[in-house]
Design a protein around this ligand. Structure first.
Ligand code: EPZ
Length: 426
């Protein structure tokens, strides 16, 4: 199992180009299934999760090709509507193929995604909404079997989500595009990745209003065509690299991004004492001295994103005072805490609340990545620590950060990927 060998202490400074967003690319790839003619998707990040979803869609007989960061998809050869457990269990967002299959072909058999490290992550809202659209849903032997009503088309409806769900909103918007009649969805997620998906669906010929708001109206159409679309920049990758500057008195310029995607994060960075400057497609964070402590509550967009919680906690660990974080989205998203404590952090967790008392510096130590965003918080902490740290199970980071070593090296981090089970190349 690969590990990272990181030698601190580094001042994280330099320029980094931001990739397309993983959490936009995945629903966009699923939505390509809707198109009756070929689609081209650009700025697709080369990540494990993207490779998994492409493999899953190819398994249906669909012709999906990825050349660099461009994916082309031709659905004319589709042969089945099946998503196997072997793939879905490795990438939960695979459930997003359910909506397009059901909408276009009137049937789908998709493995229930398991939970994951950060929570049970049920999909009850997705299934409840599909039923409201007239689908017959059964769950047998760990698979969701869905069938559109007689005639093969979903029927537009009014549906309100019981809680804000990004994947649920995405799956149901996709399904509603081809339903008979109009669908009104309330309590929708407003994340930038949901907006990106809706914008691509409109480019394919869908009729959607209320994009970016919590009430979306989708007027069903008979068919959708392919389009040429580019994935929105990754706001979480952007925030992760900027956080490194705050931890090390650094100076990071992120390019090919968009400051409008992560205002709540930039506001917190400024509260912590960073100098934030922005342009249309770039953001710079300069830091002098220690971060100031802050209080953070994770919330659905436009609140503070849960996917930045672990990275901000690592910054709080070095703050000049006590910070509090309340994680409101997932029930188990503090697994980075014991690992940060191994690096010298002073953190107490009580239910959903973490109290972080700032320390002067991290010390190096061997630690273990537990989930995607936790792994980046450990990388930044190890880079800020004096001495050599080893981070185990870094397959987590490969799921969501494209060319991560190269980008970190470009920011002054001394990092090497090693595998203790393979002889170390001198
Ligand atoms: C998406 O996950 C993201 N993943 C997550 O990013 C992100 O943390 C999350 O949204 C919240 O912003 C992708 O987009 C691929 P949810 P998703 O449905 O859609 C509960 C990362 O690190 N819920 O908004 O699965 C759920 O348990 C990942 O990139 C139900 O109860 O998240 C959670 O507590 C991690 N029933 C809350 O809602 C449902 O049917 C929010 O989940 C659906 C969700």
């Amino acid at each position: 199992m690969d590990q990272f060998l990181i030698t601190g202490r580094s001042r994280i400074a330099g320029e980094v180009s931001i990739s397309g967003a993983k959490n936009a690319a995945l629903p966009l790839l699923a939505a390509m299934i809707l198109a009756e003619t070929p689609t081209t998707l650009r700025n697709v990040p080369s990540l494990q999760d993207v490779r998994t979803l492409i493999k899953l869609i190819s398994g249906m007989g669909i012709d999906v090709q990825k050349e660099g960061n461009t994916v082309t998809c031709d659905t004319s050869s589709i042969a089945n509507y099946f998503a196997p457990y072997e793939l879905v269990k490795t990438m939960r967002a695979s459930i997003l193929v359910l909506g397009p299959l059901l909408a276009r072909f009137g049937e789908a058999e998709v493995s229930l995604p398991g939970g994951c490290a950060i929570g049970s992550r049920p999909v009850d809202q997705h299934l409840k909404a599909f039923a409201a659209l007239g689908a017959h849903i059964t769950v047998e032997n760990g698979y969701v079997k869905a069938k559109a009503p007689k005639g093969g088309r979903l029927i537009g409806c009014e549906f309100t989500f019981d809680m804000v769900t990004v994947g649920g909103t995405e799956n149901v918007i996709i399904a509603a595009t081809l339903a008979k009649g109009t669908t009104v969805l309330e309590n929708c997620a407003r994340e930038p990745e949901v907006v990106d998906l809706a914008n691509m669906l409109v480019a394919m010929g869908a009729k959607i209003s209320g994009i970016g708001t919590s009430i979306m109206t989708i007027e069903g159409v008979d068919s959708l065509k392919g389009c040429d679309y580019s994935v929105v920049a990754d706001r979480i990758e952007t925030g992760s690299y900027l956080a490194g500057a705050l931890m090390t008195g650094g100076d990071v310029l992120t390019k090919n991004t968009n400051p409008n995607l992560l205002h709540p994060v930039l506001k917190k960075f400024e509260e912590m004492g960073a100098i934030i400057t922005t342009g249309d497609d770039w953001i710079r964070a300069q830091m002098h001295g220690r971060p100031k402590p802050v209080d953070i509550r994770t919330q659905p967009h436009p609140g503070f994103p849960t996917d930045m919680q672990a990275q901000l906690m690592a910054v709080c660990c070095l703050a000049d005072g006590t910070s509090t974080i309340i994680e409101n989205i997932f029930e188990n998203r503090y697994m980075h805490v014991p690992e940060l404590k191994r690096l010298g952090a002073n953190i107490k967790v009580d239910g959903h609340t973490a109290i972080i008392r700032g320390v002067d510096s991290f010390n190096s130590a061997p630690v273990m990545a537990t989930d995607l965003r936790a792994s980046m918080s450990l990388v930044m902490a190890a880079a800020a620590a004096e001495g050599q740290s080893v981070i185990d199970r870094i397959y987590h980071i490969d799921r969501g950060y494209e060319n991560v070593e190269e980008k970190l090296r470009g920011l002054g981090v001394t990092i090497e990927r090693i595998n203790p089970n393979k002889p170390h190349k001198p």
